[in-house]
Design a protein around this ligand. Structure first.
Ligand code: ZN
Length: 123
């Protein structure tokens, strides 16, 4: 009987820990809550609100997010453009701005047209 209770307590602790970590809270205190209160602890962990600031800082530490160098807001690591200020962030493909391609293309088109015009007016 005691073994079953211990297993339930450990299970509830593990569930609470993952719930707490998903909400940006300390996993250790989540485990203690589940371990000591059992299913009631799981219920408390489930209804507990997300600690947004702590979640953000833990995501910054884990490398899920990075800081925008322009406005210092946190954005996703994969983001190429800051959602807060529109700053174009460094990253894969950041150098290849779509504007560069179009100017190059239009310049190539212009020189092609110029050559065509020169050919037409050549005696
Ligand atoms: Zn920004």
């Amino acid at each position: 009987m005691l073994a079953v209770m211990l297993i339930i307590a450990l299970l509830c602790g593990a569930v609470c820990r993952s719930l707490f970590e998903a909400k940006g809270r300390s996993g250790g205190s989540g485990f203690m809550l589940g371990f000591l209160l059992g299913p009631l602890g799981v219920l408390i962990a489930a209804v507990l609100s997300t600690d947004a600031r702590e979640l953000e800082s833990s995501e910054l530490r884990n490398g899920v997010r990075k800081r925008c160098p322009d406005c210092a807001e946190s954005v996703l690591k994969e983001a190429r453009k800051c959602k807060h200020c529109g700053f174009v962030l460094d990253g894969p493909g950041a150098r290849e701005s779509p504007n560069v391609g179009t100017t190059k293309d239009s310049r190539a088109g212009a020189s092609k047209r110029k050559a065509h015009v020169q050919r037409m007016f050549r005696p």
